[in-house]
Design a binder for this molecule. Structure first.
Ligand SMILES: [Zn+2]
Ligand SMILES: [Zn+2]
Length: 96
């Protein structure tokens, strides 16, 4: 008897009740999972937005090492990495 409540963030289900949900939503596991979910989402979005504002680093994109590394003021994102970030922003936890 009774419905099940499924939590997308935690990938778990439990007996649905007002108390149960409240308890779950305040739980440490849930808070962590939710935080991680949004962090991942905003991280890739923010990164993508930032990178798209930069000019691509010519040297790096031609396959040469760039001595500035992560501090380079040009973008080191390869086209497939841009795709990856775009994709990551739109879906939930499949990416590693
Ligand atoms: Zn949860
Ligand atoms: Zn560079």
């Amino acid at each position: 008897m009774g419905k099940k409540y499924y939590c997308d963030y935690c990938d778990c289900s439990f007996h649905d009740s007002k108390e149960g949900r409240k308890k779950h939503n305040l739980g440490l596991v849930h808070q962590r999972m939710k935080e991680a979910h949004f962090k991942q989402y905003t991280d890739s979005r923010t990164k993508l937005a930032q990178e798209l504002q930069k000019t691509p680093c010519r040297r790096y994109l031609q396959g040469f090492p760039c001595k500035f590394g992560d501090d380079c003021r040009f973008s080191h994102l390869l086209p497939h990495e841009i795709d990856h970030l775009r994709y990551a922003g739109d879906t939930s936890p499949l990416i590693v």
